[in-house]
Design a protein around this ligand. Structure first.
Ligand SMILES: [Fe+2]
Length: 365
């Protein structure tokens, strides 16, 4: 793919309907991931109503008193199921030299909000496992704890069906997108999808209390990239997600159209497997001017609803036993892009060595 000189600040919209209708010859998804590390996905199987029902459920859940939420915490299981309360998760980038260098290289006007204070994120999270137990002997048996269902009467009954319905929609969409990306990279269609079978996938919504943390320029989730293979998000009710496209150095405020649209971002497992041809996308969630204006309008339109920003996030992982060995043909393409950028005098960051390892070891690292 030739490096474009002028990149659009709107993310490419990739139509999964067209891909699923075949024939499978689309390069758009792979090109979007190479260029932006992110794309907007249209999938008419995904229902806006399901997202809305899910957002209502999670707003109600996180509006519960803190002592009720605490009963769903499982610190002894490293918070791998159930709730993680605010000010627990820290953005790893603040303590990571290469990551801080990436920020330093950005034009000051395009930098994320300052994370060097090492403050934990004022966001809560819920982990709902959506993985199947592998039918083979695994080197990484990990966690077999059951998912947590909240006890409150108003939530208990509707919790599992809503989580499963919305989780499955996003899981199916992202697995098909993985297929589309493989085809676009000239790999067999099933390459990533099969590597993701029995992966420890997670429906992982986050919640930010906008009554407490609704001031402009509050960091809700500090600058970072994701560890998994692909992350997919449904539309949030509140703007505030910023992403950095690899080839622009520009901060992009994400706009997901209304309807059957989702946002997909590349994670570190995808970067590793493609030898850096696709780079994990950096992002942050902050309170910006648009967040403030939605807070104002929702206060008027829905005065009885909790003022909580839910991000409807799903982490799609490769299975832990999969060999994360960079794919040779893609390593050569990654090098060709770096060479071309060097010729044009464009910076593509420090060279990275992607050592072959099991996905499970990559996660542990
Ligand atoms: Fe993230």
């Amino acid at each position: 793919m030739a490096i474009q000189q002028e990149l659009s600040m709107d993310l490419p919209v990739i139509d999964l309907d067209v891909f699923l209708a075949g024939p499978h010859d689309s390069e758009q998804a792979a090109d979007a991931l190479i260029t932006y590390g992110a794309l907007v996905l249209h999938d008419s199987r995904v229902s806006e109503d399901d997202n809305s029902t899910f957002l209502d459920l999670l707003e109600d859940y996180f509006a519960q008193p803190a002592e009720d939420l605490k009963t769903d915490e499982r610190p002894e299981l490293s918070y791998q199921v159930g709730v993680t309360l605010e000010n627990t998760e820290k953005p790893k980038c603040a303590a990571d030299e290469p990551c801080l260098k990436i920020i330093a290289k950005l034009d000051p006007a395009e930098r994320p909000l300052d994370i060097t204070a090492h403050s934990p994120d004022p966001k809560c999270r819920f982990f709902w496992r959506m993985s199947e137990k592998p039918p083979y002997e695994t080197q990484f048996p990990g966690l077999n704890a059951s998912n947590i269902v909240p006890k409150a009467e108003s939530l208990r009954e509707r919790w599992t069906p809503i989580m499963e319905q919305w989780g499955k929609s996003m899981k199916d969409a992202v697995a098909n997108l993985a297929e589309m990306a493989a085809v676009g990279l000239d790999l067999p269609a099933e390459t990533f999808r099969e590597a993701g079978a029995y992966g420890p996938h997670l429906l992982a919504p986050t919640a930010s209390d906008l009554v407490k943390y609704g001031e402009k320029d509050t960091i809700l989730a500090g600058f970072h990239s994701d560890l998994n293979f692909l992350t997919i998000h449904g539309r949030s009710r509140y703007p505030g997600l910023h992403i950095w496209a690899r080839n622009t150095g520009k901060r992009i405020a994400v706009k997901i159209p209304q309807g059957n649209y989702l946002l997909v971002q590349a994670g570190k497992q995808l970067e590793h497997l493609t030898g850096g041809l696709i780079k994990a996308g950096f992002h942050e969630v902050v309170v910006n001017e648009k967040t403030i204006s939605v807070i104002k309008s929702r206060k008027v339109q829905f005065p009885e609803r909790p003022l909580v920003r839910i991000s409807s996030t799903f982490f799609w992982h490769l299975n832990s036993d999969f060999d994360l060995t960079p794919i040779q043909g893609l390593v050569a393409r990654a090098q060709a892009i770096r060479d071309e950028k060097a010729k044009l005098g464009q910076d593509d960051g420090e060279p990275v060595v992607y050592e072959p390892m099991k996905v499970g070891h990559h996660v542990q690292k």
